[in-house]
Structures are given as C-alpha cells and as structure tokens.
Design a protein around this ligand. Structure first.
Ligand SMILES: O=C(O)/C=C/C(=O)CC(=O)CC(=O)O
Ligand SMILES: [Ca+2]
Ligand SMILES: [Mg+2]
Length: 422
C-alpha cells in the first residue's frame, strides 16, 4: 500500500486527533537523557522512532551515519528519490502486520522512545531564511493600516511574490524563549527617534518551506523542478516588532524588526505526506508572467490556529483560526521567483510563506490585524485584553490537514516572551 493510503494502520496506537498517524511520518531531531547526542527521528503517535538506531541494525539502507546527525540536512542532500524510498521503508516497518520491529522487544526499547522523554531540537541547519508576503488579505490589511486605505495593495504585489532576505542566525525551535527586541522607535507623535524596548511586539502565523535540494547560481527553475526541491513544511512564527518596523522599513523593507527571532515547529512534515491535501489556490488576476505560471494544484487545505496565554491564564485561548489554502502565491511560485535572478538555492534554505490571513476577522494571522494596530484589543477569557504581546505571554500555533478519521499535523510551535535584556 502507498504510505498515504487511508487504510494503513500501525501497531502503535494513534488517536484520531493525534497529528502523527502512520500517514504522516514527519522528521525531527531529538535527544534523550540516556543518549544526549541529537539525532534524526520521525514522530509516530506518542513516540519518536530513532532512525539512527534503525540504521545501526541495517533496517534502513542509506549511507552510514546519515541520521546520526544534529540535523536532517545530510539526509535531504540525498534527494527526492531517497526521500520517497525511505518514507516507504519506515511506513512498512510501522505497519500492523510487519513483525521486524513489532515483535522485537529489545529493538523497540532502543528505537521507539516516548515523546515525553525526548528533547526536540532545531530540525535543520538553516542555510538561509527568506520571508515572503503572499497573503492578499494580509498585504491589504497592512497596507490599509500603514499606508493608503483607498489603495492598500502596492502596484507590484499582484505581479511579484514579494519577499525579503531574513536572518538564519535567529531561527529557533519551538519552546525557545524570545527576548523582547530593542530598537529605534519613533511614534508619529515624537519628533525624533529614541532607542529602547519594542512596545508593539507581534507574531506572524506562517508556514515554512524547507528546501531540500540545491540549485546552481545563474540558473532558473521550472515549476516541476521547484516542486521536487521542496522537502517539507513546518509551522513558523515570524516574531515582529511593529514599532521598529514602521520607522525603519522605507524603502528597503524590514530589517531589525524581524531579525531577532523566528520560531519553527520541531517536526518537518514532508511534501509527500501533504499530497492528498493539495488544491488550487485563488485565481490569479492578472495572469502572472510566463516564468511564474503554474499548472499544478500547489496550495494545500491546511487548518491553522493561534492561541495566546498570558501569565494570568491557565491555558492558551484561541485567537485566530484560518487556512493555508487562502495564500495567493504558492510555495512553488515563491521558489521559482527566488531563483529567477540566478540566485543559488541551498539544501537547508527556509522560506516563510508570509503571514497567513483569511478573508474574515477571526482568520487573521497577526495581532496587528486582529487588534487593528492596537485600536481594538483582543479580548481574552478572564477579562484581559491584548493589543500587542506583553512580557510573559506565550503564543502557540498549531496546524494540520484533516482526513477522514485521522489528521496529518505539525504539532505546535510555542514561544514565551521575556522582558528586554532578561
Ligand atoms: O506591508 C508591510 O509593510 C509589512 C508587512 C509585514 O510585516 C509582513 C511580512 O513580514 C511578510 C509577511 O509575513 O507576509
Ligand atoms: Ca513575515
Ligand atoms: Mg522573523
């Protein structure tokens, strides 16, 4: 059976609302108290399957040590045919009627580790981070607030997947605490700028694309080549300092406002696992230039949620629920455009989709939009409200594709805000 077949069952119990059924098999990097060396694993139900351990006993036929590494980069370098083959092997090993692992208690003890016993690390070595701006709703909302409400979308937006080169150095894994950034601030009322802690700290709900193959400098990509280079997807929070941004961004775009932290989920869901959830995105009018035209259904039906917990709350409360399907420019178009000047792409490049906002008020992917630049604070259970994030606030994003009876999900990306200099 194909690893995406809905009929597949594992000998490991997986609840219907768990993100990690046998049809998913996302990659991550983990360590344990008993073995503190970070290594590559896949999530299955409430367990992590240690791929380095499986390779040691020759159950995976790949170059030695490819999973005994603190990142998935070496594995990604092997290319899409190997990704497919490896996913097939892992799927077969975990199926309910495959005895090798199921009936080998010693191997199960070594290779199947309860999720609560592992520490999850940044899953890839991020070579470059680029952030796009591909939700028409988001671009329209920010244009309305920051520029001209009668003409919010800038004239290039419908022709180019707009982006900026971000910082790979500050991409961190879920659970990493986020220092409130400091920077130059100049509220409209002030005559001169001052330097200090950001007062308008925000999140941005995004999907990250993990590039798993390189492309040479000076070459362009076709739609098919770009697609084959995509290894997988991750949840991504592009933390943003709105006050720093508003003062610094003209004319070169965000710089320090988005350089201090970007959080991603510990699990990379493969492009292959998302195949069943592909769909066409919104119609593109005007028709893009020929190099950006796409035939494929390159969007995904993927539910996304954001929850916020202040220090006074016991549990996070949902503040937004949207879907990745609304994105105007697809990840494939973003990658084609990225290479179009002759820019070389590298194994381990991370591309942020851009903030995912949908058409209605409860589908917005940033507090800037949800609170309309702080003017309509978001009400929280217990009577608190937030225009922007305060110290001690914790932000949680989740995402999954729903199938009949199971879901293919990402787990979560969480980050808690520390006071500046803390
Ligand atoms: O419209 C603007 O001036 C700024 C927009 C952003 O802050 C968004 C950005 O980082 C790209 C995105 O996430 O869509
Ligand atoms: Ca962003
Ligand atoms: Mg960022």
């Amino acid at each position: 059976m194909h690893p995406n077949d809905p009929r597949l069952r594992s000998f490991i119990d997986v609840k219907a609302d768990c993100d990690f059924p046998i049809q998913n098999l996302p990659y991550g990097v983990f360590s344990t108290a008993a073995n503190p060396s970070p290594r590559v694993g896949v999530a299955i139900g409430e367990f992590v399957l240690d791929l380095a351990a499986l390779q040691r006993v020759k159950l995976l036929h790949l170059p030695d040590g490819v999973f005994a590494q603190p990142s998935i980069n070496a594995f990604m370098t092997l290319g899409p045919k190997t990704w497919t083959k490896t996913r097939d092997w892992i799927s077969v090993l975990l199926q309910h009627d495959t005895p090798e692992l199921r009936d080998n208690a010693e191997l199960r003890r070594q290779a199947l580790i309860p999720m609560r016993e592992v520490k999850l690390h940044l899953p890839l070595r991020v070579e470059g981070f680029t952030d796009f701006y591909s939700s028409k709703e988001h671009a329209t909302n920010v244009g309305t607030m920051f520029r001209d409400k009668s003409n919010p979308l800038l004239p290039n937006w419908l022709h180019i997947p707009i982006g900026y080169n971000g910082r790979a150095s500050t991409v961190v894994v879920s659970g990493t605490k986020i220092h409130r950034p400091r920077g130059q601030l100049k509220p409209p009322s002030a005559e001169l700028p001052s330097f200090g802690p950001c007062k308008r700290l925000d999140f941005e709900l995004e999907i990250g694309v993990v590039v798993g193959q390189s492309s040479p400098m000076g070459s362009m990509l076709t739609e098919q080549q770009a697609e084959q280079m995509i290894f997988g997807f991750t949840l991504l929070n592009d933390w943003s300092a709105r006050d720093i941004q508003q003062w610094e961004y003209v004319p070169l775009g965000p710089f320090q406002a988005k350089a201090f932290a970007t959080s991603i989920s510990p699990w990379i869901v493969t492009r292959e696992a998302l195949e069943p959830f592909r769909m066409h995105g919104p119609a593109q009018d005007p028709t893009p230039l020929p190099y950006l035209q796409q035939q494929g259904a390159n969007n995904y039906d993927m539910a996304l949620e954001v929850a916020l917990r202040t220090p006074a709350m016991n549990a996070p409360a949902r503040i937004s629920a949207t879907n990745f399907k609304y994105m105007y420019w697809s990840s494939v178009q973003q990658l084609v455009h990225h290479a179009s000047s002759g820019c070389a792409m590298s194994v381990g490049d991370l591309l942020g989709s851009g903030t995912v906002s949908g058409p209605t008020k409860d589908q917005l992917g940033s507090l800037l939009e949800l609170s309309w630049n702080g003017s309509e604070p978001v009400q929280l259970p217990g009577g608190e409200a937030r225009g922007f994030l305060e110290d001690g606030d914790s932000l949680v994003m989740r995402g999954w594709c729903q199938a009949d009876g199971y879901r293919v999900g990402f787990g979560e990306v969480e980050g808690t805000v520390l006071a500046a200099g803390e």
